[in-house]
Design a protein around this ligand. Sequence first.
Ligand code: ADP
Length: 387
Amino acid sequence: MKLKETLENLEDQVKERTKELLLANNYNRNLIETSLDPLVTIGQDGTITDVNVATEKVTGYRREELIGTDFADYFTNPQDAKDGYQQVFQKGVVKDYPLDIKNKDGSLTPVLYNASVYKDEIGEVIGVFAAARDITEQKKAEKKLMEYWESLEEQVKQRTEELAKSNADLKEFAYIASHDLREPLRMITIFLQLLERRYGDQLDDDAHEFIGFAVDGAKRLDKMIMDLLEYSSVVNQELIFNDTNLEEVLNEVILNLNVVINENNAIITYENLPVMRADENLMILLFQNLISNSIKYRSNKNPEIIVSAFKEGDHHVFHVKDNGIGIDPKQLDHIFTIFKRLHTHNEYEGSGIGLSIVHRIVHQHGGEIWVESEPEKGSTFKFTIKN
Ligand code: ADP
C-alpha cells in the first residue's frame, strides 16, 4: 500500500515536471520564433541542429530541409562562414561577423553574426548558437552615402577644373590687355606727338592744347591698363603664407616710398606690430597702397601717419591713421570699388585701383576693411587679418 502510494506520488511529480518542461520549452520556442533575426544552432560537426522562422525566410528553405545540413552552404562564401565558426570555438564568442546569406531564389542578405558556444550540463561545448542581424538597410544607406560622396567629389573636381579654366582665361585676358590693348594706345600717342612735332608750327594754341589732352588721356588709359593688370595678378595670385613680421613689412614699405616720404616731409610711426601668418609680398603691397594714399591725399600739414595693431579674438586689427584731407562721409562705402575715384585727374593722379587691391588682399587673408574719416581732419583705415 505504501509502495503504491509512493509510486503514484512519483508519477504525479513526473507529470508535473513534464508539464513544467513543456511550458518552458514552449516559452523558449515562442521567444525564438518571434525573433526577427535569423537564429540557428549548429552542432560540433557544423551541421544545423535548429533554426527559427526568420532563418527559413532568409534562406528560402523549410526547417526540415535545413536541419542536418552543413550551415556553411547557405552563405556566398562558405569558407568565411567556417572561419567564423572556428573563431567561436576558439574564443567562445564572435561579434558582428559579416557574411552574406544566400537564398534559394538567388537573392542575398548581408548580415552581421553574433555567436557563442553552448555547453551541456557538465560544461562540455556541444555547439554554436548564432544570431544574424540583417544589415540590408544599413548597406543601402552606406551605398547611398558613398554615391553621394562620389558625386560630391566629382562636383568639386568639376568646379576646380572650371575655376582653373576661368583663371587661365583671366590670365589670358590680362595678357591681351597688356599687349594687344597697349599697342594701339602707343600708336595713338606716338602719332599725336609726331603730328605736333611735324605740323606744330601750322597749329594754333587750341590745337596744341587738344593734342596735349589726347596724349594725356592715352597715357592715363595706359596706366589704368597696367593697374588693372596688377589687380588681376593679385586676384589670381596663389597666396604664400609664412610667419610675417609686420615691422619688417613696414620698414620695407618705408624704404620703397623713400622718395615721396622725403618730398612730403612725411612722418610714419608704428607700434605693436605683430608677427603673423600672412603673404609677405601682399602685406607690403597693402601697406604701401594705404601709406602712399595717406601721403597723396595730404592736407597742408606735413603728413603724419600712425600704424598700430592689436589682437581681438582670432583676428589682428590694424589701424592706419593719417592727418590728410579726409573723405566725404557719403563716399566712404564706395572708395573700395574698382576705378572709383573721388577726385579728378587734375587734382590727384591715380586710377582708382589701389584701394580695391587693398580690399582684395584683406579678404584673401580672411579679414574685413573699413574706413573712418572726417573731412579736413584725416582718415583711419581699419582692417582685420585672420590669425
Ligand atoms: P586712387 O588713389 O588711384 O584714386 P584708390 O583706390 O587708392 O585710388 O583710392 C580711391 C579714392 O579714395 C581716392 O580717389 C581718394 O579719393 C580716396 N582716398 C583713398 N585714400 C585716402 C586717404 N588716405 N585720404 C583721403 N582720401 C583717400
